[in-house]
Design a protein around this ligand. Structure first.
Ligand code: IMP
Length: 432
């Protein structure tokens, strides 16, 4: 039996929510291991729609243990607000069913503010990233800079002022430089004291709990956020998020060894989208991009921003298969392509007169690559709601087989609508 890591193989928004929910029904423990409340997905269970940003998907399923791992950056106010929203829908999240790693770095209001100040300042200089403005990047900077306030620090309020002073020496210099008022230590202390009692009951040694659960043979699902092309090392740097989004991070971001990971499932959309700034070789700003965006309802769950759209880019996904060690993919939103006369797939790039089969690392080269397309005949029948291969039109099967061949990974799951049962199972990741 394998523990499963789910990662996005493109720029996020591949439809992880439905697949993670589908898998979480089969899991005992669901773990977030990177990112924060910049993620967002909607789960529809028995007709009720739950929007989650920070909490692992397991929280809406009774009897599952959910874990926020140490690799996450944790906004206590966003956490309290998300708990309240769930409670309104009848879901009570208690410390019995949710554990937060005590060594998790916190996102404070000054991180959120700094994120916004920088994005505003960058708007005029062309260096804007298009972040979610949730303070994710600044919080990771403080973690790596060894000055973060962490969850367990809330248990020792009397030791906090010294830590806050150290943090403010850094932040107030940045704020002055950007022309914004300084923050006082008392304001941060109040901010932290006001949430400490709500957070501390959930704090625990999650590395130990996870190891015990693993040894007991329980099934662990690691729920990735964002996507491989947003990874701080392997993505389209600097237009990326500030964490490692690849499967390897499931180990260090949870405190389990890499041997605990059995199967890596890459969620892959049948075309490509991205939000925020940065290179996007197959972006289509014309009719096809508009068609994919409208048919695929391509708007961000967290920020509501319109997503940029284009044809499937096999170069990027092939690279994602490699850097994550993807064993199989879950292909989503195939039905969005229904009815098109022809469908294009990017199979390589042209860069400065040469043909290449990978995404170059340099920012300049990433912006210059031009996609090379193969054109396939489309299908006129609907694939929506199909629950077996035999229900799929021959051309749709051909498209799926072509993608498998190009990316070097098989389809393990095929999702044919947002409904959880509209899923074709080829390989159960937990039983590989
Ligand atoms: P940050 O994670 O807020 O710092 O944003 C950095 C980049 O990652 C921006 O381009 C965001 O649009 C993108 N991003 C962050 N979270 C998500 C997500 O869940 N889906 C898609 N893009 C995301």
């Amino acid at each position: 039996m394998a523990n499963v890591v789910v990662v996005g193989s493109q720029w996020g928004d591949e439809g992880k929510g439905k697949i993670v929910d589908w898998l979480s029904e089969r899991a005992d423990v669901v773990v977030r291991f990177q990112g924060g409340h910049n993620a967002g997905h909607t789960l529809v269970i028995d007709g009720v729609s739950y929007k989650l940003s920070l909490l692992p998907s397991g929280v809406v399923r009774p009897g599952k243990l959910s874990v926020i791992g140490n690799g996450v950056v944790f906004d206590p106010h966003a956490f309290v607000a998300e708990l309240a929203r769930l409670e309104e829908l009848g879901v009570r999240v208690t410390p019995d069913c949710l554990k937060i790693a005590e060594n998790t770095a916190l996102i404070l209001s000054l991180h959120r503010e700094l994120d916004g100040y920088r994005e505003d300042a960058a708007s005029n200089s062309g260096t804007k990233i298009g972040t979610t403005r949730r303070g994710i990047g600044p919080a990771y900077e403080d973690k790596v800079g060894r000055r973060a306030i962490r969850v367990m620090d809330l248990a020792n309020l009397d030791t906090l002022p010294a830590k806050i002073d150290r943090l403010l020496t850094h932040h107030n210099a940045l704020r002055r430089g950007l022309g914004h008022p300084e923050v006082g230590g008392d304001a941060i202390l109040n901010e932290l004291s006001s949430v400490a009692d709500r957070i501390l009951p959930f704090a625990d040694r999650t590395w130990k709990i996870l190891d015990e659960r693993r040894r007991a043979g329980e099934r662990i699902l690691f729920e990735g956020a964002q996507g491989t092309l947003l990874d701080i090392d392997h993505g389209t740097y600097p237009f990326v998020t500030s964490s490692n989004t690849v499967a390897g991070q499931a180990a260090s971001g949870s405190g389990l060894g890499p041997g605990a990971i059995g199967y890596v499932l890459g969620i892959t959309k049948a075309y490509t989208t991205r939000v925020g700034e940065g290179p996007f070789p197959t972006e289509d700003t014309g009719e096809i991009g508009e068609f994919l965006g409208t048919r695929g309802h391509e708007f961000g769950v967290v920020t509501g921003r319109k997503r940029r759209c284009g044809w499937f880019d096999a170069v990027l996904v092939r690279q994602a298969v490699s850097v994550n060690g993807i064993n199989g993919i879950a292909l989503t939103k195939l039905d969005v392509l229904d009815g098109l006369a022809e469908i294009k797939v990017c199979t390589g790039y042209r860069l400065d007169g040469e043909t290449i089969d990978y995404l170059p690392a340099s920012q300049g080269a990433q912006a210059r690559v031009e996609p090379i397309y193969e054109t396939l005949e489309g299908w006129q029948e609907t694939t929506r709601g199909a629950r077996s291969w035999s229900e799929l039109p021959a051309q749709a099967v051909k498209y799926v087989r072509y993608i498998e061949e190009l990316i070097g990974a098989p389809v393990a799951l095929l999702s044919t609508s947002p409904e959880r049962d509209d899923t074709i199972l080829v390989t159960d990741p937990f039983h590989d």
